[in-house]
Design a protein around this ligand. Structure first.
Ligand SMILES: [Zn+2]
Length: 198
């Protein structure tokens, strides 16, 4: 390619991102080259801040800028209900539906023994500990209805079978095989409102 090294480096870095091929990376790099310096600096600094400032909430493992996330620190949330989700994007989708008022527990994965993901790796031990420590009354399982999601949901149900905690799950409406984060707001709202005992 006839581009200078600096430009080639940006293109290579962009092309390494998911969903961006060589062509779109080149287009994006050329676009960025044409933007004012202040805009580029803001972009670069926001990316650095992402790496430096975002960590996981010590309680629910949602993204946080301090030890605890904004949701865990919100006194208006019901601390006796925990909604179990696969990742922060699912949490964001449920928040956008606007009906759920409890707390969360973010697994950052689903059970997958083949990939070395056991109960400890996806923070199910931490969930058990929270239920013990925090006087939790209900766990809402909001995992995607995929094979791994179903297996993880079944495992969680088994974990709390002998405890007084009420287990529920999203009502049908989130189609089989669909990811929670891609369900539309209305569907998620209905699925939460009509959640069923598990
Ligand atoms: Zn939290």
């Amino acid at each position: 390619m006839a581009f200078p090294e600096v430009l080639k480096r940006v293109i290579a870095n962009l092309a390494a991102l998911p969903g961006l091929g060589e062509k779109s990376a080149t287009r994006l790099a050329l676009y960025l080259l044409g933007r004012p310096e202040v805009e580029i600096r803001e972009l670069a600094q926001s990316l650095m801040a992402l790496r430096q400032k975002i960590r996981l909430c010590q309680r629910c493992f949602n993204f946080a800028e301090a030890d605890f996330c904004a949701l865990c620190l919100d006194p208006a949330r019901d601390p006796e209900v925990i909604c179990v989700v696969e990742d922060p994007a699912d949490l964001a989708a449920i928040e956008a539906a606007g009906v759920y008022r409890g707390l969360y527990h973010v697994l950052h994965g689903l059970l997958s023994p083949r990939d070395g993901l056991g109960p400890k790796e996806i923070r199910l031990e931490a969930l058990a500990q929270r239920v013990k420590d925090e006087n939790i009354k209900e766990i809402v399982i909001a995992l995607s209805p995929t094979v791994a999601g179903e297996a993880t949901a079944a495992y969680i149900a088994q974990m709390f079978k002998k405890t007084p905690v009420k287990l529920s799950r999203l009502a049908c409406g989130v189609p089989m095989g669909m990811d929670v984060k891609y369900a539309d707001r209305i569907t998620l709202k209905r699925a939460l409102e009509a959640r069923q005992p598990f």
